[in-house]
Design a binder for this molecule. Structure first.
Ligand code: IDP
Ligand code: MG
Length: 153
């Protein structure tokens, strides 16, 4: 099964949305294999958002992402990267579909409450960026047969 990296951004932590957003991923059947709180730094954000460092909004994004601690998660599931991106919705909360996390909890292009890996290559690099290997716990819920049929696991 795939693993993906999710960040509950300061816009989620500060607004007290952590429990409600986490519940959506649990309700969906995604399996939590890593979860911790951490304070992001400019150094790690320059890596994580390397594709954006030259954009005019990057200083603002840096301020936003370091404003409070964040919660990072590693979620596991069949096609988890795509499933989580679909649940996350479009980048800009004003354009994200209602029913998605950003569509329901955000009205901003920057303060959009969650990050989610966008490809298998990104997911692998991002999990290694935010978690030490021993912080990812491989496990299978006892009720896995009620989440997936055998061929889907
Ligand atoms: P994504 O988070 O949907 O993958 P990216 O283009 O990778 O979108 O951008 C990363 C983050 O940078 C966004 O989630 C958002 O917080 C911020 N961002 C992206 N574009 C803009 C913008 O035009 N203005 C302000 N912030 C932006
Ligand atoms: Mg992205």
């Amino acid at each position: 099964m795939e693993k993906t990296l999710v960040i509950f951004k300061p816009s989620a932590v500060e607004r007290g949305l952590v429990g409600r957003i986490l519940a959506r991923f649990e309700n969906k059947g995604l399996i939590i294999e890593g979860i911790k709180m951490m304070q992001l730094t400019e150094e790690i954000l320059r890596e994580h958002y390397a594709h954006l460092v030259d954009r005019p909004f990057f200083p603002s994004l840096l301020r936003s992402m370091t404003a409070t601690p964040v919660i990072v998660l590693c979620l596991k599931g069949n096609d988890a990267i795509n499933v989580v991106r679909m649940m996350t919705g479009a980048t800009n909360g004003r354009k994200a579909q209602p029913g998605t996390i950003r569509g329901d909890f955000s009205v901003s292009g920057q303060e959009n409450v969650v990050h989610a890996s966008s490809s298998p290559e990104d997911a692998e690099v991002e999990i290694a960026r935010f978690f030490r290997p021993e912080e990812i716990i491989e496990w299978t819920p006892a009720g896995i047969g009620f989440i997936y049929e055998p061929d889907e696991r």
